[in-house]
Design a protein around this ligand. Structure first.
Ligand SMILES: Nc1nc2c(ncn2[C@@H]2O[C@H](COP(=O)(O)OP(=O)(O)OP(=O)(O)O)[C@@H](O)[C@H]2O)c(=O)[nH]1
Ligand SMILES: *[C@@H]1O[C@H](CO)[C@@H](O)[C@H](O)[C@H]1NC(C)=O
Ligand SMILES: [Mg+2]
Length: 397
């Protein structure tokens, strides 16, 4: 079949239009890409990254072979006037194993996307054994911020020799029989003790005051349009949380007894403006099991480094309870923050949407819209009967 004159005409027109479109697209792309490249080079100038060279930010000779997209991740947003000097004295802290890699990558990427890409806070990853090269590379590609990988000194990690292993083993067997999660695990106890008493002494964390604790496989649901570290700094906060809940009693059977001993021994460390009401429903006689869930924490390491907390930790440590029972760092941190800090120094980060299996906090209404939160505001632990949030809120009403 031959083409009719009309079809030939429209074919010519089509070719002409196509050429015009291609030419204008080319110019458009040149302008757009050039803008990106300029921004990237500005970003490199105030250098968030230490020790890693950024891909060339020079004008590429051929625009079509400009840097691949992953190197342009931080363009317009980083160009906002948030330079190094505007950062708080703070870092992320991530305790993890090489085997946690997939969950680590997922958590860090979310944190970068939701918050840190605009700020450039450093990351500190800690492990009781060295991270593998693969691990480091997979993490480093996720951020333009400095990433520090550290090994934990053995004395900060392993069960001390003075612990009576027979007694510790009996405790583990008992908890295994009771069906308590990680009840039989020694590494889990090492982890809880390290988080309670040692992480903030690590060489890589010494230069910082505030930290945000991150765990593998967690979710950050919302964009953050402010800097929680600056918030902590400006408001002199000591401890920030998103989820508060009840502890499993069999894991901390004698903990409260030792806390009461500590209070008697060191009354000078107990803060008169503290929040015993959060911990106890009978003025301190018994523990109501309420604690802040420590897999999310934004807190002040100088508080953990203080004489008061050091005395508190030393007192608990001397009882061996981290190994004879299974004391979590969450109740330990929470009890200390409640007794040694003023209650107004403990902050509920209501606008940070967060999930650690199987519990989540999803902000409601206004902050949900503002933060573009990828969670269901009606699916939030806040009002659950095992939540301690109402107890926290009651202290301020
Ligand atoms: N390096 C290292 N990190 C650990 C070890 N055990 C736990 N962690 C880390 O410590 C944090 C808490 O451990 P998790 O296993 O998440 O404990 P959890 O949050 O109470 O329980 P699940 O998340 O429900 O398993 C996480 O960041 C882990 O990656 C360990 O033996 N070595
Ligand atoms: C950050 O905080 C730590 C701990 O308080 C302190 O030693 C360090 O000097 C601070 N750094 C800056 C730059 O203020
Ligand atoms: Mg966890």
């Amino acid at each position: 079949m031959t083409a009719s004159p009309i079809m030939v005409l429209s074919l010519r027109r089509l070719v002409a239009i196509s050429i015009a479109v291609v030419i204008s697209l080319h110019y458009l792309l040149v302008v757009v890409f050039k803008k990106d490249i300029d921004v990237v080079s500005t970003v490199t100038d105030f250098g968030g990254r230490i020790g890693l060279t950024k891909p060339a930010s020079k004008e590429p000779t051929n625009i079509l072979f400009s840097p691949p997209p992953q190197f342009k991740q931080s363009t317009s947003e980083v160009a906002l006037p948030n330079t190094g000097s505007e950062r708080a004295n703070a870092t992320f802290v991530f305790l993890c194993r090489n085997s946690d890699l997939a969950g680590v990558v997922s958590s860090i990427q979310q944190m970068e996307d939701r918050f840190n890409r605009k700020h450039g806070y450093p990351w500190v990853l800690l492990n009781e054994e060295p991270f593998t090269e693969e691990f480091k590379t997979r993490v480093e590609v996720l951020t333009n911020s400095p990433v520090h990988f550290g090994v934990i000194p053995p004395e900060h990690w392993y069960q001390p020799d003075w612990i009576d292993e027979e007694q510790a083993k009996a405790g583990r067997l008992r908890m295994t029989d009771q069906g308590i999660i990680y009840g039989g695990s020694v590494p889990y106890r090492n982890m809880c003790r390290f988080n309670s008493g040692f992480f903030f002494h690590h060489e890589l964390l010494k230069p910082y005051k505030y930290y945000w604790r991150v765990e593998p496989e967690v979710k950050y649901f919302c964009d953050l349009d402010y800097d929680p570290f600056k918030f902590m700094e400006e408001n002199k906060k000591v401890y920030g949380f998103t989820i508060a809940l009840l502890e499993w009693e069999p894991t901390i059977t004698t903990l409260w007894k030792h806390v009461k001993e500590f209070s008697k021994k060191y009354p000078e460390y107990i803060n008169p403006k503290g929040s015993m009401e959060f911990l106890s429903d009978d003025q301190g006689e018994s523990y109501n099991l309420c604690h802040y869930w420590s897999n999310f924490e934004i807190a002040d390491m100088d508080f953990w480094r203080s004489d008061a907390y050091q005395a508190f930790f030393e007192h608990l440590e001397s009882t061996g309870g981290f190994y004879y029972e299974r004391w979590g760092d969450a109740p330990v941190h929470s009890i200390a923050a409640s007794l040694l800090a003023r209650k107004d120094q403990i902050h509920f980060f209501e606008d940070i949407g967060y999930r650690h299996e199987w519990i989540q906090h999803c902000p409601n209404t206004e902050s949900w819209w503002k933060g573009k939160c990828a969670c269901d505001p009606s699916d939030s632990f806040d009002d659950h009967y095992n939540s301690c949030l109402s107890r926290y809120k009651r202290m301020f009403s």
